[in-house]
Design a binder for this molecule. Structure first.
Ligand SMILES: Cc1cc2nc3c(=O)[nH]c(=O)nc-3n(C[C@H](O)[C@H](O)[C@H](O)COP(=O)(O)OP(=O)(O)OC[C@H]3O[C@@H](n4cnc5c(N)ncnc54)[C@H](O)[C@@H]3O)c2cc1C
Length: 376
């Protein structure tokens, strides 16, 4: 068992899982839990040891997200997004910005999020329609990001914008209290992942210091794969969260099947239910095994690491939805009437397929990748 998983699972059992239903029912951001996540050192896991972190790699992103996702997919996703944005800054940020954000995370437990999606371009997040006007020491940014995990609660937001005048790819790290930044929290009404508060982030004549610009130099940052490291961390985190959720679906289905008894037998004694359970188990094991396989390939920088992590994310997404569908069938009228967690898990599972770059788009990337065509 991976050491990060073991540690995170212990935390998840104690501090996350008992509150999953409450987060869903109330649709509130799990502020207290995320504060505890920071206090227990999980926010700084991927920061190099010489700067006060633990120098953890891609396995920490996979397995902490997985263990948290087993407790609550909402919490797992909020955590994943923190690491994605942080890894981006650690990889592409200049020394000043890197030291700034490291201090904020290590000393002040600050939390980051990723803000890429826009209403106009949807899942095609590389095509931002925001505008940036740059002056000597600051810039003015206008635009709206459509659905942002931890919106209005994270302390920093990594946003994408169009290339600058010299055609250099650039992102910005936006502090929460930036002048001209606001959130439309009441626009969030997700069918699942209710505590994520993935609402719009509005930048209206947003004035931001130029020190928060992050120029992407892929050569300098030694990027091995055709996508940047943040995209790889994102897919790894999602594969973690949703493979973890499939584990939770399995446990809920088993609990129901063994606990629901007729006068002469339980549901689990019925062959058809046994087959459904076996299928859910296969979904869980397939999702976890493909993530393990991809993480190993990425950690060793193998050529097929990217194809494997994209595939692991596809498998995790599709298996969680299929497992939840079967669990609902086992759960019968009780699950349909929202008794127990299965119905919540079904709703949560549906988010995975539409998140950037979406399962359908990812499949086209994989299909091209395995036929030696340019992927993106
Ligand atoms: C719970 C949740 C949390 C989120 N958190 C974040 C976040 O933290 N940060 C962030 O930036 N974004 C976030 N998003 C937004 C997400 O990443 C997507 O950008 C968003 O869901 C796109 O919605 P849309 O209606 O614009 O989709 P559209 O772009 O309209 O797509 C609709 C459907 O068409 C399909 N489609 C579109 N183009 C193609 C194609 N070329 N080939 C095949 N199929 C295609 C898509 O796969 C999708 O199924 C979140 C979304 C959810 C649901």
């Amino acid at each position: 068992m991976n050491k990060f998983y073991t540690r995170a699972k212990e935390f998840s059992n104690k501090h996350i899982a008992p509150y999953a239903n409450q987060i869903d029912e109330e649709g509130i951001f799990p502020r207290d839990i995320m504060d505890l996540v920071g206090e227990h050192g999980f926010f700084k896991l991927i920061i190099p040891t010489e700067f006060g972190g633990e120098g953890a790699g891609i396995d920490a992103q996979a397995y902490v997200s997985q263990a948290f996702g087993e407790g609550s997919a909402t919490v797992g996703l909020c955590y994943t997004m923190h690491n994605v944005a942080l890894k981006f800054i650690l990889t592409f940020g200049n020394e000043e910005l890197k030291q700034f954000i490291i201090k904020e995370v290590v000393e002040n437990n600050k939390m980051l999020s990723l803000a890429r999606s826009e209403f106009g371009t949807g899942v095609h997040v590389f095509k931002s329609e925001s505008s940036v006007e740059t002056f000597e020491d600051h810039s003015i940014i206008n635009g709206t990001k459509s659905m942002i995990t931890s919106a209005n609660y994270a302390d920093y937001y990594l946003i994408s914008v169009p290339n600058d005048k010299e055609n250099r790819p650039v992102n910005w790290l936006v502090p929460y209290d930036t002048e001209g930044l606001s959130f439309k929290e009441s626009d969030w009404n997700g069918m699942g992942m209710r505590g994520n508060i993935s609402c719009p982030m509005v930048m209206k004549d947003m004035k931001i210091d130029n020190k928060f610009a992050v120029y992407i130099d892929r050569m300098k940052a030694k990027q091995k794969y055709p996508v940047n490291i943040d995209v790889i961390y994102f897919m790894t985190g999602l594969a973690g969260v949703y493979s973890g959720m499939t584990q939770t679906i399995l446990e809920a289905a088993i609990e129901h099947a063994t606990g629901r008894s007729y006068p002469d037998k339980t549901l689990a004694n019925i062959e058809t239910v046994q087959i459904h359970l076996a299928n859910i188990y296969s979904s869980m094991l397939g999702a976890k095994a493909s993530l393990d396989n991809a993480v190993e390939a990425l950690a060793n920088e193998e050529d097929d690491g990217l194809i494997k992590i994209m595939t692991a994310r596809i498998i995790a997404s599709e298996n969680s939805m299929e497992a939840a569908r079967l669990a609902m069938r086992i759960g019968g009228g009780r699950a349909y009437n929202k008794q127990g967690p299965i119905e919540m898990l079904l709703r949560d599972s549906f988010a995975s397929q539409v998140m950037f770059p979406s399962v359908d788009v990812l499949k086209t990337w994989v299909g091209r990748g395995i036929t030696d065509q340019p992927m993106i």
